[in-house]
Write a protein that binds this ligand. Structure first.
Ligand code: BGC
Length: 362
């Protein structure tokens, strides 16, 4: 009884807040209490397979299941698109925005505008630094980096390389996740540089996570070091594949372990072929479901609880958060990703990869 009352009061307040909200042209728009839509803005379709296929598909399914209207759009790598889409959604009466930002500046500006209009915001996968979103839903991204570091150590050990020299292809400096991934892998690898058992090679961030840039950067690293690279800490599968493309060109693929992230089809195939050491599987269905659950509560004007808090390192403020657990994938457990329903066997085990699947009992 009591909780019903509290919920009712909260809903009322949210509705009032929503009614008071205005768009930039000062037209009042009613929000919350089951009106409008949930708007989702994803960053691009080229830096990881997930943004163009998995996230939109899984988010749509979660909102459809709850019969909550959702508008899912992609900024195609451009901050101006991100901003324009957000403006359109806010003007169109969205009551909640779910955002995977392209950079902190444009993300922060969108959150500020949303707030002024009484629109609730959820940082999806990427925390907007100093943004002050109402919620943040992601994975334990430092753990993703630790898994990459530990995975690389394991693969190098299996290859029996003494004093291996590590090259880095880090994610975009504009993505807070890239900072967290790097912090995680540093935690594992720095002590090894300090005790001299590993050697630190070239270490670069790839602007905007651009895979073509990643290939170019790795090519330069290879040439500048005269091929003195024994392992590659690549921040995701796309950048891992960028390194593998160059390693293939110089006939070193499969000899030099490369890490990744996302369990993309190509990443899984690279692992099965022996060209990639490991990937980090992040069950995106759980991320989409958790974000949708919060968004649906906010949409209906009901109280929403995230369960954890994350400190925004820039503002020092705590953001209510859901942080999910990633999983390491090596050749021996590629099948787990298929069993989890993330990707179909026939998609991975196609053409030249069929024999690798059979060989690995997939
Ligand atoms: C995401 C990764 C993705 C990368 C590039 C990161 O913020 O967490 O899953 O591979 O962006 O799009």
């Amino acid at each position: 009884m009591r909780s019903k009352l509290v919920a009712g009061v909260t809903a009322g307040l949210l509705t009032l807040g929503g009614l008071a909200g205005c768009t930039d042209d000062d037209t009042p728009v009613a929000r919350g209490n089951g009106t409008g839509k949930v708007g989702v803005i994803l960053p691009d379709t080229t830096t990881s397979q997930r943004w163009g296929s998995d996230d939109p598909k899984l988010l749509k399914a979660a909102f459809d299941k709850a019969a909550v209207p959702v508008d899912i759009r992609n900024a195609d790598g451009k901050a101006e698109n991100f901003t324009r889409i957000a403006d359109e959604m806010i003007a169109g009466g969205a009551s909640v925005l779910l955002l995977a930002n392209l950079d902190a500046d444009s993300g922060r500006a969108v959150i500020a505008k949303a707030k002024r209009a009484g629109v609730k915001t959820i940082d999806y996968d990427r925390l907007t630094l100093n943004g002050g979103a109402d919620y943040y839903v992601s994975f334990d991204n430092e753990e993703v980096g630790r898994m990459q570091g530990r995975g690389l150590v394991k693969c190098l050990k299996n290859k029996g390389v003494a004093n291996p020299r590590i090259a880095y292809l880090n994610g975009a400096t504009t993505d807070n996740n890239a900072t967290l991934f790097k912090a995680g892998s540093d935690e594992v690898l720095q002590p090894k540089y300090d005790d001299g058992s590993f050697l630190k090679g070239p270490d670069q961030s790839v602007p905007r996570w651009n895979n073509d840039d990643g290939r170019f950067i790795f090519d330069q690293m290879w040439q500048q070091t005269g091929g003195a690279i024994d392992g590659v800490l690549a921040a995701n599968d796309g950048l891992g594949n960028a390194a593998i493309t160059i390693l293939k060109r110089v006939g070193k693929n499969g000899k030099i372990p490369v890490t990744g992230q996302d369990a993309e089809t190509q990443g899984l195939q690279n692992i099965l072929a022996g060209d990639q050491c490991m990937t980090v599987y992040k069950p995106i269905k759980k991320e989409a479901d958790a974000a949708a659950k919060l968004a649906i509560s906010l949409y209906k004007g009901q109280p929403a609880t995230a369960g954890a808090r994350v400190k925004d390192p820039e503002s020092g403020a705590y953001v209510d958060s859901v942080l999910l657990r990633p999983t390491e994938i090596f050749k021996k457990n590629v099948g787990d990703v298929i069993d989890d329903g993330f990707v179909a066997r026939k998609t991975v085990c196609t053409g030249a990869f069929a024999k690798f699947c059979t060989r690995n009992g997939i």
